[in-house]
Ligand binder design. Structure first.
Ligand code: ATP
Ligand code: MG
Ligand code: MG
Ligand code: MG
Length: 562
């Protein structure tokens, strides 16, 4: 590619709204441009990097028999209503209406779409397992889009979904995926760790995240140098890791939680002495999750609707038989009408609270006076948030350290979380109808570009690892007006291309200083400079990663580059 014909608008100044290095450098080196908050264009260099990331991902997906598809970004609300996520996903889900006032979501993720797709086609265990993936634009109205490509509102994700007849088959695929992800992030050159994660809004049990280590990472991970143990400390906040123990629940009291028809029912239920200590209530209607209410300081007029991420609170007002959403942090999705045939199913148990309240995983009942260790088997990582640096890891093999990480990948075992509400079933070998066991597996394709930029740079610019560099070689003619230089540069450009090297040829009539500065900023692995020694057929070769430079006669270049 001739630089004079490309579109690589570099900048000398640091853009004032770019807080972190990767964002600054990707802008300055002309890889991306912001269109609106959290929305970016990928310029030619950026697009090349994306393609290389995608290529590696595709190779590793195909290697474990995942098959590529491409699904709609515009998704019917009905699908999301069926799983309840239309209500529970919160303001992060972009919602649009068509000309007939029908509701649609812009795909934030594709569990609903893919489950409905597979449900209609795969009806026998003989067609399972099946793993499909896509690389596609996702839309999420993030509360705080920031850090350039790291947290966009429109971004590119690789998402894979697997369907199985048995849990064992899902376990196998999960392990395959974990290995494939390890291969991918290794090939991408990322310094990363695989950590135990929480399930976020997707739900499910077994889940791991892949964290690119970086000081600006928004996640904190606990890890050790001598133990394989590593976890996202966020998981400890989920409080949903209880399994009822086999022991008799001696001191636990069961209180019934009736179906509630009106807001008055909710208010009087919340006002009874027994439920005073319940802080969080999850409401279901028609077996769908419709709301999560939590009250501050036991005040009923202080009922708040937590969005599904559990992060932000929103205010509710109620009048007659609709609850109206008044506000929800920054921005608003309201007013939303919630159906009022509500049923309380559970509240969150709190790991740290002895004699707390919990939903007991049982519909229509709450347990009070719950003692986590005594009455429930507590997940051994559940109280991780109380872990301090220097503590011993749960396996006793090491000492805990904390580090910041960028979540670049996330894999989940979903079980039947989606196949049940979506009625995704198949006939097993005994002719019985069963729900698919499912897994889902995401990679932040565009986020990776920023994560790599964050790990590979110096004060002069980016330093792309070989596998991701938009071009391998930056060929520079220092003075295009000097005939010997121009001729040699043209000749080498042709030659290197014929050897299938990817070459960016700086043929612009710019000063040497400008060319070097741009070249450092862009950060291709090898720079071949043609200067004064062109007349005797000598070029300078410089490696961006080590800074090492050397001179080669032109005849030896292709051989030495192999
Ligand atoms: P985060 O915790 O950073 O908000 P997430 O847990 O919501 O991410 P997932 O639903 O697990 O994200 O999506 C799969 C992958 O998509 C993530 O591991 C991440 O790499 C990427 N991703 C998620 N949100 C964004 C975003 N706003 N911008 C860019 N990439 C994203
Ligand atoms: Mg998120
Ligand atoms: Mg996350
Ligand atoms: Mg995640």
């Amino acid at each position: 590619m001739k630089q004079s014909l490309s579109f690589i608008p570099t900048m000398r100044e640091v853009p004032s709204d770019a807080e972190i290095l990767s964002h600054q450098l990707l802008l300055r080196a002309g890889f991306i441009r912001q269109n609106a908050s959290g929305i970016y264009s990928y310029l030619p260099l950026g697009k090349k990097v994306l393609s290389k990331i995608e290529l590696i991902i595709r190779e590793e997906m195909e290697a474990i028999d995942a098959v590529e598809v491409f699904m709609p970004a515009l998704q019917q609300a009905e699908l999301w209503q069926k799983t309840g996520r239309w209500y529970s996903y919160g303001p992060e889900l972009f919602r649009v209406k068509d000309r007939h006032q029908r509701d649609f979501a812009l795909g934030a993720t594709h569990e609903e779409v893919i489950t409905s797709l597979v449900r209609d086609e795969v009806k026998s265990y003989k067609k399972l397992p099946l793993t499909l993936y896509q690389i596609q634009t996702k839309f999420r109205d993030e509360l705080r889009p920031r850090f350039g490509l790291l947290r966009g509102r429109e971004f590119i994700m690789k998402d894979a979904y697997s369907f199985h007849a048995t849990e064992e088959s899902l376990d196998e695929k999960y392990q395959d995926m974990k290995q494939a992800y390890t291969n991918i992030f290794t090939r991408l050159g990322l310094n990363f760790r695989t950590v135990i994660a929480d399930g976020g809004t997707i739900g499910g049990t077994d889940t791991h995240e892949f964290m690119a280590l970086s000081e600006i990472g928004e996640d904190t991970i606990a890890y050790s140098d001598t133990s394989p143990y590593a976890a996202n400390i966020e998981m400890a906040e989920m409080n949903t890791t209880f399994e009822k123990s086999d022991e008799v629940l001696l001191e636990v009291e069961k209180i019934s939680t009736p179906n509630m028809q009106t807001i008055d029912d909710i208010v009087s239920f919340l006002d009874t002495e027994a439920t005073k200590c319940i802080k969080t209530l999850i409401f279901k209607a028609d077996e769908k999750l419709v709301a999560v209410l939590c009250r501050g300081d036991h005040e009923i007029n202080d009922i708040k609707l937590k969005n599904a991420l559990g992060a932000d609170t929103v205010e509710l007002a109620y009048e007659g038989d609709v609850i109206e959403l008044l506000s929800c942090g920054v921005g608003s999705i309201g007013p939303v009408k919630l159906p009022l045939d509500l049923k309380v199913i559970a509240d969150h148990a709190i790991a740290s609270v002895v004699n707390g309240v919990c939903g007991a995983n049982e519909d229509d009942f709450h347990l009070i006076n719950v003692n986590p260790e005594r009455d429930f088997a507590v997940d051994r990582y559940a109280d991780l948030r109380f872990v301090q640096e220097g503590d011993t890891t749960p396996d006793g093999e090491g000492t805990i350290k904390f580090a910041q990480g960028i979540e670049v990948g996330h894999i989940f075992k979903l079980g039947t979380t989606y196949s049940e509400p979506m009625e995704g079933t198949f006939l097993d070998n005994n002719g019985r109808n069963q729900h698919y066991q499912m897994g889902c597996y995401g990679i932040g394709v565009s986020r990776i570009m920023a994560a790599v930029a964050e790990q590979y740079n110096d004060e002069n610019g980016l330093k792309w690892p070989k596998n991701l560099a938009p071009f391998n070689i930056h060929l520079i003619a220092l003075n295009m007006k000097d005939e010997a230089q121009k001729d040699l540069a043209d000749e080498l450009y042709k030659l290197l291309k014929s050897y299938r090297f990817e070459v960016l040829y700086d043929d612009r009539p710019e000063r040497a200083g400008v060319k070097f500065a741009d070249s450092d900023l862009i950060g291709l692995p090898i720079r071949i400079t043609i200067g004064k020694k062109a007349s005797v057929g000598i070029v300078e070769v410089k490696y961006r990663s080590s800074g090492e430079s050397t001179e080669w006669p032109k005849e030896e270049i292709t051989e030495k580059l192999q």
